[in-house]
Design a protein. Structure first.
Length: 279
């Protein structure tokens, strides 16, 4: 099967892109790496009147150091992060997760903005970005707004975009030298989407203790104050302090009723903690 006929535009800046996507008389889709959109076009799951290619916008390919955070343009690829062509401020967390996304050919083209906006609950960026406390920058006809990554996904394949808006950047806070993180996903084989994701960040110097449970049927479960689950953040104590019953209650409260599914996610989080302890 091939896509339906559509018009194609490749704007040179964000303002021109917003003008195109704000046209409510047309069905418009934004294209970046096209690793998710491409197959959907071929299967006619989406049938746009206009395809707006944003890969020619220089602003979306840049990064900017703003002191306490680094701002990553939406068209920065997974491979850019894996190969550290952009500075890592997460003590290796983002490059390590990027390396485990799908296959190298996908990582060469797939973008952080595209992955976050596609909003697949099993994708990696939503879980790890929520764990490190990242935010997304959205821009549209009404101006710019910044929201936490965990609030950007409204549900499976649904992002919080207002008419005419697009994701332009991701703001990643710099972790302290004492920060510890862990990330573990359960897959049938390398390159497949995850069945369960467990992630955490413990950064005592910044007073941060976060746990994320991803690859659910909807957006990741984020525990912003996770001291009752992983203790005081000292890596040598986290596994011993891990409270699986507390995690199970959090997961159950999110609506996951199947006990085997819940146990799979609990195990993923435990292994993320064990990974950090053995590092």
């Amino acid at each position: 099967m091939k896509p339906v006929n559509f018009d194609y535009a490749r704007p040179g800046d964000v303002a021109a892109a917003i003008k195109l996507i704000a046209d409510d008389s047309l069905m418009v889709k934004i294209m970046a790496g096209s690793q998710s959109l491409g197959p959907m076009l071929n299967m006619r799951l989406v049938q746009p009147d206009l395809l707006v290619d944003i890969t020619g916008i220089e602003e979306l390919r840049r990064f900017e150091d703003r002191g306490e955070e680094i701002v990553l343009g939406a068209c920065i690829t997974h491979a850019d992060i894996e190969d550290r062509r952009v500075p890592d401020v997460t003590r290796g967390a983002l490059p390590a997760v990027a390396k485990g996304i799908a296959y190298r050919a996908v990582r060469n083209r797939g973008t952080i903005g595209g992955s976050l906006t596609h909003a697949d609950p099993s994708a990696d960026w939503h879980s790890i970005m929520a764990a490190v406390g990242a935010k997304v920058v959205l821009r549209g006809p009404g101006g710019e707004r910044v929201i936490p990554v965990e609030d950007y996904m409204l549900g499976a394949l649904e992002a919080d975009l207002q008419p005419g808006e697009m994701l332009v950047a991701v703001c990643v806070p710099k972790l302290s030298g004492a920060a510890r993180w862990g990330y573990y996903k359960t897959c049938r084989k390398t390159g497949e989407f995850a069945h369960a994701i467990g992630a955490f960040l413990a950064d005592p110097e910044r007073g941060v203790s976060r746990v994320v449970i991803g690859a659910t049927e909807t957006r990741p479960i984020v525990v912003a104050e996770a001291g009752n689950i992983i203790g005081d953040g000292r890596v040598e104590r986290m596994v011993a302090a891990f409270d699986s019953k507390a995690v199970d209650e959090v997961i159950k409260a999110s609506g996951m009723t199947d006990p085997i599914d819940r146990q799979t996610h609990i195990t993923a989080l435990r292994r993320a903690l064990e990974q950090a302890q053995s590092a």
